[in-house]
Design a protein around this ligand. Structure first.
Ligand SMILES: [Zn+2]
Length: 240
């Protein structure tokens, strides 16, 4: 919070408030979410003070700081979730087929051994360098170890790491390692394709540019499995 407020610089002299006074008020608040939200609202009010007066009509001054604070809290809510909470109790045991085909195992075994690939998981994150959104799709493949992870949990783990201040490169590795840990997998690979607002709407202004990053651990580093994984990604998405 202090870094955010400090980066705003000195407000215009016409501002009725001073930076030091606002910072003192912000730092006097505690760390519970409600108080943090109050501090965020004050910080956004201070930010608006740095803009031309015509950009901040009364209804914007009244409502936008709280809306913006709520949005930032949502975009960084991944800090409030642990990996075990995101993956839940959604590990389903898999068993090798019984050695004696006439003996029915209890419970019946789930198939295992094959690659599980989920494509086109939507991710929305916030660039830690500019506090601007980047968003796109994650493709995740993993080799189950002793259990399979509920499919929706792949998306939840990706979302948990995405809802933090991020670099796309780090986000890719965190999703990969998080899935590997949560699924107790034999290997995981992740490909992330994103568009960055800090590159599209400012700076070099390349709205068509996308960034692709990848990460792999365990068996997915081996050519046979990585070839199968990237083969899945190369196929056009079918209409289901
Ligand atoms: Zn950026």
């Amino acid at each position: 919070m202090k870094a955010l407020a400090t980066s705003l610089g000195t407000p215009p002299s016409s501002s009725p408030r001073t930076l030091d006074a606002e910072l003192a008020a912000i730092e006097a608040t505690g760390s519970t979410s409600g108080e943090t939200d109050d501090a965020l609202v004050k910080a956004y009010s201070l930010l608006l003070d740095c803009l031309p007066a015509e950009a901040v009509p009364p209804h914007i001054r009244r409502d936008t700081p709280r809306r913006a604070a709520k949005a930032l809290r949502a975009m960084t809510s991944g800090y409030d979730v642990t990996l075990s909470e995101a993956s839940g109790a959604a590990l389903f045991a898999v068993r090798e087929p019984a050695a004696n085909p006439h003996k029915t195992p209890e419970p019946p075994p789930l198939p295992c051994g094959g690659l599980v690939v989920v494509r086109d998981i939507r991710v929305h994150s916030l660039c830690e360098h500019h506090l601007l959104p980047f968003f796109g799709r994650a493709h995740i493949g993993y080799l189950p170890g002793g259990a399979v992870l509920g499919l929706s949990k792949l998306a939840r783990v990706a979302d948990m790491f995405a809802r933090r201040l991020q670099m796309q490169e780090r986000l890719t590795h965190q999703i990969c390692e998080g899935i590997n840990e949560a699924a107790e997998a034999r290997g995981v690979a992740v490909v992330l394709e994103c568009s960055h607002m800090c590159m599209c709407g400012r700076g070099v202004r390349q709205p068509e540019a996308s960034t692709t990053t990848s990460a792999a651990v365990g068996a997915l580093c081996e050519p046979c499995w990585s070839t199968e994984f990237y083969g899945h990604l190369a196929r056009p998405a079918g209409r289901l």
